[in-house]
Design a protein around this ligand. Structure first.
Ligand SMILES: C=C(O[C@H]1C=CC=C(C(=O)O)[C@@H]1O)C(=O)O
Ligand SMILES: [Mg+2]
Length: 463
């Protein structure tokens, strides 16, 4: 397990927030559509919004505006920096609310050592923000918080301005109609560097068969062009309709918007309980129930997919052994069936040791062999060398943490980067000894399918 810690950052963080005050005020509202609130925030805060809905649909979070940004472009120490900064910033809270806690939302890039030029121009190696306006939907309840982080003395005046803006936002969201979003008109669909992708799988299987590594995940990109600029709210709306059984996330960085609907939890911490998900090994859904069951059963028995899966279970179990007690790791995987695809799935849980935190788990787990490979560092080096792309935030941790240390991170797969009138879609798969370029290529199409449908980029013969 590697750690990206660096001592100079630790010293800096200890004093960084002296003199700052972190004010927070929460009201409960009777009802609020998360998407309408997100859209209403676009009037004054385009480029500074975030969206999250958990897989169980019991918790939704929308952030509008930046009360404070924590980010870094350093290639080492980024997990540690964000962890320490958040701890220090949390300490500056003047008036902690009981109903909901302030949240830090954001993500990390997949691999800061990948220096290939890419479309990810607005996303630093770590990018988090405390939103100025935070909407939390929990069960039937809706809470809206204002956060102000400032050194200014006369901050009550500033806070009053924010209360007025909050009320304007609530009004705008309440009068919006949110079911009016159309799909974009797609003008082109390009498979970027397809031949390089096929060649890289060939190359990686040779390396695996020479016993240099055991598993490496290789991904590729499909680019869509639209007739006109497509809005982040529409993108969220479309993707949530296509993939209801997943985590839904969205993160704006100026004019770029990273979003997706991923079935994969990296880690959740709630009151010292830690949960993770081993998700690797895939097959399509069947058109009939008989075919579907047959495919699922075959997946459960398939040595290639079971091998892909087992690397993930072993690695996550090792991380949990080092950070938790009373582990629960089922001995055999189950099937996770979602709209277009079935996966092998093993949930892992344990009681988090007092010395470990959510950010520690994120750092230790990223990337699991479901997105990196085994061994981790060797696989990362091979991805850097042979994969014909720079993943940016694809396959990386994205999520939130509150001032109590509770929170959840998903693995940002089944995702796309929206960049004005273009979108970049990403999908990959676990390469093991008996992988073939053709079958891995086919598997990526199954993984692209929900996002392609959401964005209108599927071919006419695809459903
Ligand atoms: C790399 C991706 O999926 C991972 C997660 C589940 C199953 C996977 C597989 O069977 O290859 C991948 O490890 C992706 O969706 O882009
Ligand atoms: Mg696979």
């Amino acid at each position: 397990m590697n750690s990206e810690s660096s001592s100079s950052i630790q010293q800096f963080a200890a004093t960084q927030f002296e003199g700052y005050r972190f004010y927070t005020e929460t009201i409960e509202v009777t009802h609020m559509s998360a998407l309408a609130f997100f859209e209403a925030g676009g009037n004054d805060y385009t480029g500074k919004r975030m969206f999250w809905k958990n897989r169980e649909k019991t918790f939704t979070l929308v952030g509008i505006g930046h009360a404070h940004v924590l980010s870094t472009n350093e290639t080492t120490g980024r997990f540690d920096k964000i962890k320490k900064d958040w701890k220090n910033l949390s300490r500056q809270i003047v008036n902690e609310e009981q109903s909901v806690h302030p949240v830090l939302f954001g993500g990390f890039s997949f691999d800061p050592l990948n220096t290939k030029p890419s479309e990810w121009r607005r996303f630093p190696q770590a990018y988090f923000a405390v939103p100025t306006f935070q909407l939390v939907l929990k069960g039937e309840q809706a809470f809206i918080s204002i956060h102000l982080i400032t050194k200014a003395q006369e901050s009550f005046k500033e806070f009053d301005v924010l209360r007025k803006k909050r009320d304007k936002l609530i009004h705008a969201a309440q009068v919006l109609e949110v079911d009016q979003y159309d799909k974009p008109v797609v003008t082109e669909r390009i498979e970027l560097r397809k031949q390089e992708y096929m060649d890289s799988i060939e190359r990686i299987t040779t390396i695996i068969n020479a016993k240099e590594v055991e598993k490496v995940v290789i991904a590729r990109t499909v680019k869509l062009g639209f007739e006109e600029k497509f809005s982040p709210t529409s993108a969220l709306y479309q993707v949530s309709n296509e993939q209801p059984e997943s985590f839904l996330f969205g993160l704006e960085a100026q004019e770029q918007f990273f979003f997706g609907a991923t079935p994969e939890r990296l880690v959740k911490v709630e009151n010292d309980r830690a949960l993770s998900t081993c998700l690797a090994g895939s097959t399509p859904r069947g058109k009939t129930i008989e075919k579907d069951t047959e495919l699922g059963e075959a997946l459960l028995q398939d040595p290639k997919n079971r091998a892909e899966h087992q690397y993930v279970v072993s690695m996550i179990s090792e991380v949990f052994k080092a950070t938790c007690s009373q582990l629960i790791v089922p001995k055999v995987p189950k099937l996770m069936k979602i709209r277009d695809i079935q996966h092998l799935y093993t949930p892992v849980e344990g009681n988090l040791n007092v010395s470990s935190t959510l950010f520690d788990l994120v750092e230790l787990l990223h990337p699991t062999p479901a997105l990196g490979g085994e061994p981790k560092l060797e696989a990362l080096a091979l991805i850097r060398e042979y994969e014909a792309m720079n993943r940016g935030y694809y396959a990386a941790p994205i999520g939130w943490i509150d001032t109590e240390g509770n929170g959840e991170f998903a693995v940002a797969i089944r995702s796309a980067l929206l960049d004005d009138e273009k979108a970049y879609l990403y999908a990959g798969g676990g390469i093991v000894a008996d992988s073939t370029p053709e079958s891995e290529y086919d598997e990526t199409w199954v993984k692209f399918r929900p996002m392609l449908r959401a964005l209108g980029g599927q071919l006419s013969d695809e459903s």
